[in-house]
Write a protein that binds this ligand. Structure first.
Ligand code: CS2
Length: 490
């Protein structure tokens, strides 16, 4: 609870750099998380201050039918989409600004028709999404899961629940009404996220209406993009602190690190904001940027989260304060992940790795390891699989990755080495997976569906190390296991 009473705290004042009343929504964003509000919404906010950009405001849409999303909708609606963003540099004072680019907000389960009306509006030219790695509804072979209950609902209903249902129905209305298509841009941490989006959407559309799927394939653009800014969840204690420090009464404050990056493939089909004027980078090939970011930043985040949680840590910079954790990440970045990558021109993976460790050490962020861990079963295949595959194939040192997979498997039990339990949010871990986790034979866990197709199960040395690390984590804890691993690794 904020201890700043509304009577004394200041209300949010819209940005002065543009006339917010003149701004209309040219972008619909599906699933407005903190990351979106600290990233894309900031680029848009800065763009709106430039001439000729006032058609690029954002209409935010919440998709999930859960209380926290309803609460967010109420908070943002009561503030007309305004919220404060506080940026913490590693040293020196934070800065707070009010972001005005979200000019409307709808909670889709309350009024799906209103969402569709907006998405079909000719003024909307781009639909962006941050629906998380697991939100693309594909299995480990890349197949779109038509049987997923909400997807199955959307296939037979005109009142959608899923992003696929909303986008497809809106595009149908636009095609039938002679309104052109909009661009669909994923802003999630996935390799080739544009391609993943396109494949998923076309699989859905084809199952619903083949002719519409052909139209979408011919007319809709799906640019890929690499997105980056570390944005913690705002806990009630954070909200109280931010409001107190800023003398504000904001029901939905966000905070983040000062680093920000966005690399976008320039293939929009209905125009786009002048994001290049506010720091975004446009390129013909996002892949090298995505690979470096996913396989270094997100993968090392996982390397930090699962072992860190099992050691009893909960906060990123505090875990980084343990020299062994720091050495684990450094080894992973510099020895395992970095050398396998073709970095984009002008970029060195060594420097990038060193910068990541610096970002993680920022004490003002207090990012949550449990946030990073969430839905690990969807994240690990995206972030770690390619590195694991390449190391095993080349017969290189796989121990840090075997330790990560062992720590992830033990983490699924929800208790750390101090006996503290924590919530395990793993919607994509099946009952069969949990049975493997509980099996008395520690090697069995290598069969988890999250590890399918990695090729590690075919390496007896990898499986033996994985099983050994699991047994040692169970018997002596992750700290001791890591200390021994580092000693052995020299
Ligand atoms: C994190 C990301 O959730 C995760 O696994 O690694 O949210 C990370 O903080 C962002 O991608 C940073 O850009």
């Amino acid at each position: 609870m904020s201890d700043v009473s509304p009577a004394t705290a200041k209300a949010l004042v819209p940005p002065k750099s543009y006339d917010r009343n003149a701004v209309t929504a040219g972008i619909v964003h599906l699933s407005v998380g903190n990351f979106h509000r600290a990233h894309q919404a900031v680029y848009v906010d800065q763009c709106l201050a430039l001439p000729g950009q006032d058609g690029w405001g954002i209409l935010g849409v919440g998709l999930m039918d859960v209380e926290s999303e309803r609460q967010k909708a109420r908070a943002l609606q009561s503030q007309e989409g305004l919220y404060s963003l506080t940026i913490y540099p590693p040293e020196g004072a934070p800065t707070t600004s009010v972001i005005g680019s979200i000019v409307g907000y709808l909670h889709a389960p309350d009024d799906p028709e209103a969402v569709l009306r907006h998405m079909a509006d000719p003024a909307v030219k781009i639909v962006t999404l941050t629906v998380t790695e697991g939100g693309y509804n594909t299995d480990e072979t890349g197949r779109f899961k038509l049987e997923e209950p909400n997807v199955a609902h959307d296939l037979t209903s005109g009142t959608p629940k899923t992003s696929f249902g909303f986008i497809t129905e809106a595009l149908r209305r636009r095609r039938d009404g002679g309104v052109g298509p909009f661009t669909v841009m994923s802003c999630d941490n996935l390799r080739h996220n544009g391609h993943v989006m396109k494949t998923a959407l076309l699989a859905f559309a084809r199952a619903k209406d083949a002719a519409l799927a052909d139209w979408i394939e011919a007319h809709v653009a799906f640019p890929s993009s690499m997105v980056d800014r570390i944005t913690p969840a705002t806990t009630p204690a954070d909200a109280a602190r931010l409001n107190r420090d800023n003398d504000l009464d904001d029901k939905a404050p966000v905070f983040a690190e000062d680093f920000i990056q966005w690399v976008i493939e320039d293939t929009f089909c209905a125009g786009r904001p002048a994001w290049e004027k506010v720091g975004a980078q446009f390129t013909g090939d996002v892949d090298p940027y995505e690979q470096v970011k996913l396989r270094m930043l997100n993968a090392s985040h996982s390397m930090l989260a699962f072992p860190g949680i099992m050691m009893g840590h909960r906060i990123v910079h505090l875990a980084m304060g343990d020299p062994n954790v720091s050495a684990l990440l450094d080894g992973f970045l510099q020895i395992d992940a970095g050398p396998l990558l073709d970095a984009p021109p002008g970029m060195s993976t060594d420097q990038y790795g060193a910068m990541l460790l610096k970002r993680y050490r920022n004490p003002a962020i207090g990012d949550q390891l449990l946030r990073i861990a969430g839905d690990g079963a969807s994240k690990l295949p995206v972030f770690v699989q390619d590195t694991a595959k390449a190391l095993v194939k080349a017969g290189k040192d796989h121990r840090r990755i075997a330790f990560l997979l062992a720590a992830f498997t033990e983490y699924l039990k929800g208790v750390d080495e101090n006996g503290q339990s924590f919530p395990v949010v793993e919607p994509n871990v099946t009952d069969a997976d949990f049975a493997l986790v509980k099996d008395a034979d520690p090697a069995k866990g290598i069969g988890l569906s999250a590890f399918k197709g990695w090729g590690v199960e075919a390496s007896p040395r990898f499986v033996a190390d994985y099983a050994r690390y699991r047994s040692q984590i169970q018997a002596e804890g992750a700290k001791k296991t890591l200390a021994d691993l580092l000693k052995a690794a020299g």
